[in-house]
Design a protein around this ligand. Sequence first.
Ligand code: SAH
Ligand code: SF4
Ligand code: F3S
Length: 439
Amino acid sequence: MKLHVITLGCQMSAADGTETAAALCRRGWQATAELEQADAILLTTCSVRRHAEQRALSLIGRLREWKAQDPSRFLAVAGCVAERLGERLTRRFPHVDLVVGSKKAASYADIVSEAMGNRLESLRAAQEKDAVARPQPEPVPADAAAAPSVGNPVQTLTIMRGCSCSCTYCIVPSVRGRESCRPADEIIHEARTRFQDGARELILLGQRVNAYRSADGMDFPDLLRALDALPGLRRLRFMSPHPALCDDRLAAAVRECRTACEWIHLPVQSGCDRILGMMRRGYTREQFLATAARLRATIPGVVISTDIIVGFPSETEADFAQTLTLLDELRPATVFCFKFSAREGTPAAMLTDDAPPSLKEQRLAAANAVVERLTRQALDSQVGSIVEVLAETPTFGRTRTGFKARWKSPVAAGDLVSMHVDAATRRTLLGDIDEPHNP
Ligand code: SAH
Ligand code: SF4
Ligand code: F3S
């Protein structure tokens, strides 16, 4: 069976797709990057904003043709849209064979293979019959690109699922359920497996990754230290930590762990206390900035990135201006800016969505202009320095601080190299390799 995985949405959704593909490949499936060659498609979907959900629905609609070409093909729709809409999806799209929501993400592989079980068996039987009559075709190699998690030097690792926060705008708690943490020994075992598989950098994933706590009392800083001690690991990142849970122990662990990178994605959402309160984020502007300052004081050279939402219900021009001034104080290297999108069933969807689309668009553009300038300054500040880069391809990688980097002389993917930064484009540092770093 050849599986094609399509992932939409956040890194957790992507990880659900690639981890399921890897699990199915261990059971004898093959991954393919070609839609046309696929016997089955696994689509993981995102519902965080209306636009994300619409993207998923239109893609499902377009896959009708793929399915019609060969009705024995199997289309599984998973993820947060599947969780939110459930059977409404199959009613609207009868060509979908399986709808399985995010709350079952940990068992996608079992559910997909079980649903395919009978069909697989009958297909195999048919193929065997066929093989007697026809010469065997050349085996098609499994396509590594189709299962990006496998063999890549940078791999994500889900350490917890769900979210127990109650940010008023957010659909995630309702589609993903309450937080549940994987056992620490399971995570450590999986990390080891990943190194054997070629991973050099791990990105630990969770909606509130620093709320991690294993049944036997291991918390997030403990987990960082345990992973840091594993031979084979070169770099450790995590996303996203919640600003209200960034304490001194976390900062100290990042500083002291050899592999923990000097990059922290710390979503702020707004710079206005009234809006932060309405969002129920659990911190004020001042507390957030103090947290960022503490991280900077503890972790030398740390680079921060963030998320903001513009046009939250009742946000005034003055409230929005506070978000812009917060960005200037925080000086993040990158910011993901989103227009507020009312999500059915969330508390914020009960409020009047009073910012018209044109105003949201205008605030988004204003925010992006600030971000453009901050990114420019952050990149420019690197020019002339020597940075450690982990090669993801022969000529592309990332610095410990999260900047994209390109260089001229090719190296092996997975190598750690020193790059002299000569220039910066809008998003990427350019330079050449000074020396390989590998022991
Ligand atoms: N767990 C992460 C965020 C996950 S969602 C955290 O709390 O940091 C990723 C981002 O999408 C959020 O940081 C927020 O900026 C944005 N987002 C979530 N819900 C949204 C909504 N209803 N409208 C617009 N943006 C939203
Ligand atoms: Fe959503 Fe808030 Fe949970 Fe992040 S912490 S996933 S924004 S509810
Ligand atoms: Fe989207 Fe679900 Fe992730 S709603 S942001 S795919 S947790």
